[in-house]
Each structure stands twice: as structure tokens, then as C-alpha cells.
Ligand binder design. Structure first.
Ligand SMILES: NC(=O)c1ccc[n+]([C@@H]2O[C@H](COP(=O)([O-])OP(=O)(O)OC[C@H]3O[C@@H](n4cnc5c(N)ncnc54)[C@H](OP(=O)(O)O)[C@@H]3O)[C@@H](O)[C@H]2O)c1
Length: 340
């Protein structure tokens, strides 16, 4: 099968690097065009990027040349799908422009997430919201599909199978790695040997997004804390339900939450529970198949009516790049791909 040509815009950042790594041997997609900021134009990827991932850079991407952002060139190269890993303020201009020009944009940025006609898609939890692309004019026009904020991605995965019990209240405190702030991100002066109890706009995003993704309306309490680890966000969660729920029912719900859409990037068991008292830990962030796409849960307990647990999500994979690639796979599976 001929592969579908895709672009990665913002390919040198933390999220863009994971896009490049995951797309290097993707069964359906092939990178035909990449961009970064102006200073890198015409440079080979390996010569200019500051590679952050704990694996060797795939050799197939090393000599890819960074292009100037130009939609005509993208069209000439046969690109139809665009993965956007741009900062929100740049995405706010670039993504609507790409959509108007007929591209199918899978975005990691928050710029358009809250628009009424733009889905925040997590295929395991809300696949039918993909049809919102018709409200954007598809198939006559392009569209933007976003993935959620990285903390929300882990939270949505862990609580989606618990919706059957009626979620009344969510109380979540996140312990977020430095890669969540991109590269170069925080100053080492600020984060070395330190914990910072505030991440701008993060708490508001979780509250808004969890309601939009899961179509639920609980009271949501959040604290977001930055911790000095490289990858993976841990979240301590307490839930209150409309009915009395036992820990065994929670474990059963997670175990029965199987891959229902058979996408290349969806793990067989997207939420993996382990009863060990020391699970999950941030250093497991790259575990699983595909690496970083599983959400890990542990420390399950009940106090009065409330259920508590801890989860781990890889912010750069399930929480961003991998999520957007999975969303593109979901689109191709559901709609096929019309190449004009
Ligand atoms: N990091 C996470 O865990 C995470 C999780 C979920 C969502 N997100 C979202 O994903 C997006 C990317 O995040 P990130 O962490 O990868 O950020 P990042 O490391 O700062 O990367 C930003 C990328 O955009 C490029 N860029 C910056 N300014 C540009 C401009 N004016 N024109 C063209 N390209 C420009 C950068 O190129 P240069 O390298 O040349 O500067 C780089 O490739 C953001 O919207 C972020 O909120 C991030």
C-alpha cells in the first residue's frame, strides 16, 4: 500500500520529536514535509535538532530537510494530513489557514480546542465526536481535530470506563514532568532540586476538557505541580460517584476497557492496573506497546464513598504526539482518505 504523505509542523520541539520518532516506521503514514522556526530552514533534522528522547534518533529522519512554512509546497509534495506541534499562539494562525486550504490538521495545541465545531478526540473514549469535522465543512473543506492537554489525556483514559457509575466529583493533583513545558522549557535554576505548585492555565484546561471529552458535568478540583523528572505525568485522583462503588468494580472496568478500534497506535489494554504499592512511577513512562501509549493505574483505595488512585501518562506520547497520530489513524479508518 502506498503510504499517506504527512507534514509535521513544529518538528523540532518536544512533541514534534515524538511525532518524528513514531512516524519514522509508521505502517500508514510517511513524513514528506517538516517545519520549525525560521532559523532552522534548509537545515538537516539531525544537524539542528536537540534530540531529547531516551532512544537513538531513527536513521530515516536524520537527513530530512526543514522547510519554510508554505502550503503550496505542501500540496506539491502530496501532503494531506498535517500534525501540528506548534506553540498555541502560532497554531492560532497556522491551523485555521491550513484548514481553509483543505488540509486535515491533527493538533497538539490548545488554540482551537474549545471551538464548538472542533473535537478533542481520544479514540478509546469519544470516537463519535470525530463526526464534528462535518460541522467544519468536511469533506468540502479541511478540518482541525485536537487532542487534549496531557494531564487530561491520562485522566480521561482512566475515568472513561468508570462513567457507568456516574461521576459526581473529580479531585486531581498532578505531578508533571519538565518535558511538559517543551524545550528549552523551564530554567534549570527554577526546577533543579525543586517542586513548583503552579503551571499556568493547566488547571482550567483540565476542568474544561474533561467535561467536553467525556460529556460529563462533575465538580472538578485541580492542583497542577511541576516536579523535577524528565518524562511522564503522575496524577493522584479521588472520585465521588452517584452510586456506591467497590475497588473490585473499578479494576474490572479497567480490565474490560479493551482496544475497540484496532488502530496501529492503540494498545490492546489502554489502561493497565497493578496492585503494587510502588506503582505507577514516572520511570515507567516509556513502557508498553506502542511505547508510551498505555496509561498506568495503581494505589487504588476506598475511603467512605470515595475512590482514590494514582495514574501515570506519558505526556509526550499518549498525552500529545501519540494521541494525535492515533486520531489521524481513527480518521483514516472511519472516513478513508479523499485525496483531491
Ligand atoms: N510538551 C508536552 O508535554 C505537551 C503535551 C500536550 C500538548 N502540548 C502542546 O504541543 C505544542 C508543542 O509543545 P512542545 O512542548 O513540543 O513545545 P516546544 O518544545 O517549544 O516546540 C515548539 C515547536 O514549534 C516551533 N516553533 C516555535 N515558534 C515558531 C514559529 N514562530 N514559527 C514556526 N515554528 C515555531 C519550534 O521550532 P524551534 O525548535 O525551531 O524553535 C518547535 O519545533 C504546544 O502547543 C503545547 O502546548 C505539549
Amino acid at each position: 500500500m502506498e503510504k499517506i504523505k504527512v507534514a509535521v509542523i513544529g518538528a523540532t520541539g518536544a512533541v514534534g520529536q515524538v511525532c518524528m520518532w513514531m512516524l519514522a516506521d509508521h505502517p500508514w503514514f510517511e513524513v514528506a514535509y517538516i517545519t520549525a522556526s525560521a532559523a532552522r530552514i534548509n537545515q538537516e533534522y539531525a544537524k539542528t535538532v536537540h534530540w531529547l528522547l531516551p532512544f537513538e534518533m531513527p536513521s530515516s529522519i536524520k537527513r530530512t530537510v526543514i522547510d519554510e512554512f508554505n502550503t503550496d509546497t505542501m500540496k506539491q509534495r502530496g501532503v494531506k494530513i498535517v500534525f501540528s506541534a506548534l506553540p498555541a499562539e502560532i497554531a492560532m494562525e497556522a491551523e485555521p489557514l491550513l484548514r481553509d486550504q483543505g488540509f486535515y490538521v491533527f493538533s497538539n495545541a490548545s488554540a482551537l480546542r474549545y471551538d464548538k465545531d472542533v473535537p478533542i478526540l481520544i479514540p478509546e473514549t469519544n470516537l463519535s465526536t470525530i463526526d464534528m469535522i462535518k460541522m467544519q465543512g468536511y469533506p468540502d473543506r479541511g478540518f482541525v481535530i485536537t487532542n487534549s492537554n496531557c494531564v487530561t489525556a491520562g485522566l480521561a483514559m482512566a475515568i472513561a470506563p468508570l462513567r457507568v457509575f456516574g461521576i459526581k466529583e473529580i479531585n486531581v493533583c498532578s505531578y508533571q514532568s519538565v518535558s511538559g513545558a517543551g524545550y528549552p522549557g523551564l530554567s534549570s535554576f527554577d526546577i533543579t532540586d525543586n517542586v513548583i505548585p503552579y503551571i499556568a492555565k493547566e488547571e482550567e484546561k483540565i476542568e474544561k476538557e474533561i467535561k467536553k471529552i467525556l460529556s460529563i458535568d462533575p465538580i472538578v478540583y485541580t492542583y497542577c505541580v511541576r516536579v523535577p523528572v524528565m518524562f511522564g505525568h503522575l496524577e493522584a485522583v479521588w472520585l465521588d460517584f452517584e452510586q456506591e462503588v467497590e475497588p473490585a468494580q473499578i479494576i474490572e472496568a479497567w480490565e474490560n476497557f479493551k482496544d475497540c478500534n484496532e488502530l496501529p497506535s492503540t494498545p490492546n489494554n489502554p489502561v493497565v492496573y497493578n496492585p503494587s504499592n510502588t506503582f505507577p512511577q514516572a520511570k515507567s513512562a516509556w513502557w508498553g506497546t506502542p511505547k508510551g501509549m498505555e496509561v498506568y493505574t495503581g494505589r487504588l483505595k476506598k475511603k467512605e464513598r470515595k475512590i482514590g488512585f494514582v495514574l501515570l501518562v506519558n505526556n509526550l506520547v499518549k498525552g500529545s504526539a501519540g494521541g494525535s497520530i492515533q486520531n489521524a489513524e481513527a480518521f483514516v479508518t472511519r472516513y478513508g482518505l479523499i485525496i483531491n
